[in-house]
Design a protein around this ligand. Structure first.
Ligand SMILES: Nc1ncnc2c1ncn2[C@@H]1O[C@H](COP(=O)(O)OP(=O)(O)O)[C@@H](O)[C@H]1O
Ligand SMILES: [Mg+2]
Length: 610
């Protein structure tokens, strides 16, 4: 969307453009429950026709009573009319309930349907999208749409109902005096323009405030989360956080008040105008009745129709303007659905080779993160042979994790290419490729689910509840030493992990990591990658885990990223990365003999252990 236009006409243009999203919304609404939507619409259409029917019947009744006082007998059907009026009123009450019923059903279905669409779409997107803050704003707003936009759908139904009611009532007024109708319509327009204008300013303000609100959210989470509690206490940070929160929310508050105030000042006179028009018409009708030109029944019908029509017309405008404004919000949802992944399988993608015959080759691979000029990798050449265990070392920020992201096609190289068995990675099916690579990232996930599920998620496509692969899960837990952790859990494999939900047991970093490791083992992947897995392990667990990893990957393809030389030594080949390039390469003995960077780093670390 264009950045928050401020002038009146600009704002209207943007609003009308946003209406083009309505058909897509209607589609989503329909898909979330065709029967419910039809039921709601049918009730609304019937309700819309009730007012004119009621007025018609009561006109008959009043006219008959008036005639009765003038000496005529009551018509034979008189009491039937009274009964009909009662029946219509009851029918209206029932329909009102029915609308409420369908609306609440639809609201549940719609938010479920949109939540699922958002989750499904989000899962297809590139990692780079998530690391982009503009996208995060969009995702944030899209996520809110899922639950918030139901008002718009009800508004769509309402506007239909109001239009039909206004039309039927207007026909009655028109039958009496076309000018009366015109007066009413004209009176409503200023109020409508005022309303929508301020609604738009409100939206523009919301868009502007999104970054601030994200900050507020962050502060709120920071100020009340388990992760931050330790530092918060020690640094006595909470006063500072509360201060920042107050400062930012005051900023938002100030803007909100200013819009509300303007809306009150300018919106009120405009809506008064409509009231004047209504009472003008009312007075005119009374005047003619007093003069004897209209019957009581016509007076009743017209005043009722004028009140009803003017109310409905006003409501149409305000409902419509709320639809237009809501559809501006919808622009975010639509934009979000329009973000397409760049990293995806080609149409006739190759299956990943099984077994891999040669291995991976980086050919002059350069990479810069989107939105950044700096080359994290600079014409890198690297081979990972099929039965080779490679260790990658280098200081922080040298691009080690980036290499893993490229291998797994979370990103594609900016220049150069990566080959698997001599074929560009981009030729293979992404899903297939992921199936052949098991990765444990530095920032691996801690699933707040059962111990079993924490492992089973690695092959959740195979068996969603993990039951069918129970043996495989136990084996993976055994390999990763997670079974030792599980043996100590009160409920074993069924133990809920993490503290988020009641009954959960939290684990130490190293224990969580064993679960991450078990997931990698469960995948039965041909390439195993451990990205600085030692960070949260104590020395003894580390040597256990790596001893095992070494055994398990004997003669297999593995990539190990670590700072600890005790770990690195076991690799068949060690690669030293600096400034996005390989500066040294060889076995431990060779690199020590070389006496350069690796040997220096090794000496330094060995000295610290002596
Ligand atoms: N998502 C990202 N967007 C922009 N820059 C990034 C991103 N991730 C990492 N970087 C930068 O790329 C460089 C290499 O990062 P990384 O591969 O994680 O290093 P390592 O794993 O060797 O510590 C770092 O300078 C880091 O700041
Ligand atoms: Mg890293």
């Amino acid at each position: 969307m264009a950045e928050t236009p401020q002038t009146f006409w600009e704002s209207w243009w943007v609003r009308l453009q946003a209406l083009k999203n309505v058909p897509q919304l209607v589609r989503i609404v329909w898909d979330s429950g065709p029967a419910v939507v039809s039921g709601g619409l049918a009730s609304r259409l019937l309700v819309a026709l009730l007012p004119v029917a009621v007025l018609g019947v009561s006109k008959r009744i009043l006219d008959a009573i008036q005639a009765h006082f003038q000496g005529h007998p009551l018509p034979a059907a008189f009491w039937w009319f009274v009964g009909a009026e009662f029946a219509l009123a009851s029918f209206g009450a029932i329909l009102g309930r029915a609308i409420g019923y369908f609306d609440s059903l639809l609201s549940d279905r719609f938010s479920r349907h949109v939540s699922i669409l958002v989750m499904e779409h989000a899962s297809r997107l590139d990692l780079s999208s998530y690391e982009d803050s503009a996208f995060n704003d969009k995702l944030e707003r899209a996520r809110v749409q899922a639950t918030d936009r139901i008002g718009m759908i009800q508004a769509l139904g309402q506007v239909l109902q109001q239009a039909l009611a206004a039309l039927s009532l207007s026909a009655a007024i028109f039958w009496f005096s076309p000018w009366l109708l015109l007066l009413l319509v004209l009176a409503v327009v200023p109020a409508f323009l005022g309303e929508t204008h301020f609604a738009f300013l409100g939206y523009a303000k919301d868009v502007r405030q999104t970054p601030v609100r994200r900050q507020l959210d962050y502060l709120r989470v920071l100020g009340s989360s388990k992760e931050s509690a330790k530092e918060l206490k020690l640094f006595a940070l909470s006063g500072f956080l509360v201060g920042e929160f107050t400062r930012l929310s005051n900023q938002i508050f100030g803007e909100n008040v200013s819009i509300a105030r303007r809306r009150f000042l300018f919106g009120t006179p405009l809506s008064l105008l409509s009231t004047f028009a209504y009472y003008g018409a009312y007075a005119y009708v009374i005047y003619r009745t007093v003069n004897g030109e209209l019957t009581w029944g016509t007076l009743q019908l017209l005043t009722g129709a004028i009140a009803g029509a003017s109310l409905n017309i006003q409501n149409i405008f305000s409902t419509f303007s709320s639809i237009a404004d809501q559809s501006l919000f919808l622009t975010d949802l639509v934009n979000f659905f329009q973000v397409t992944p760049k990293v995806c399988s080609k149409k006739d993608a190759l299956p990943a080779p099984r077994p891999i015959r040669q291995g991976f080759v980086f050919e002059n691979v350069s990479f810069a993160y989107p939105g950044s000029e700096r080359r994290v990798l600079d014409r890198l050449n690297l081979r990972i042979d099929r039965d080779e265990r490679i260790a990658l070392i280098g200081e922080n920020g040298q691009g080690k994790t980036t290499i893993v992201k490229l291998l797994t096609r979370l990103y594609d190289p900016t220049e150069g290419r990566i080959l698997l068995d001599g074929i560009d990675l981009r030729e293979y099916s992404v899903e297939d490729l992921h199936g052949e690579i098991g990765v444990i990232f530095q920032d691996f996930m801690r699933y707040e689910m059962s111990a079993r599920q924490n492992i089973a998620v690695a092959r959740i496509q195979v068996s969603p509840d993990g039951a069918a692969q129970d043996d495989a899960i136990r084996e993976a837990a055994h390999k990763s030493l997670a079974d030792e952790v599980i043996a100590n859990l009160p409920q074993g494999y069924d133990q809920l992990l993490g503290r988020r939900f009641s009954g959960g047991v939290d684990l130490s970093g190293g224990e969580w990591q064993r679960f991450a490791l078990a997931r990698a083992y469960l995948r039965d992947a041909q390439l195993l990658i451990l990205d600085e897995p030692t960070a949260s392990l104590d020395a003894r667990s580390e040597s256990e885990v790596f001893q095992r990893f070494a055994e398990l990957t004997q003669g297999k393809m593995a990539l190990l990223i670590s700072h600890r030389f005790s770990t690195v030594r076991m690799a068949d080949q060690i690669i030293v990365l600096e400034n996005g390039r390989i500066v040294e390469q060889g076995s431990h003995q060779q690199l020590i003999a070389l006496g350069a960077r690796y040997a220096g780093m090794f000496e330094l670390q060995a000295a610290s252990y002596r």
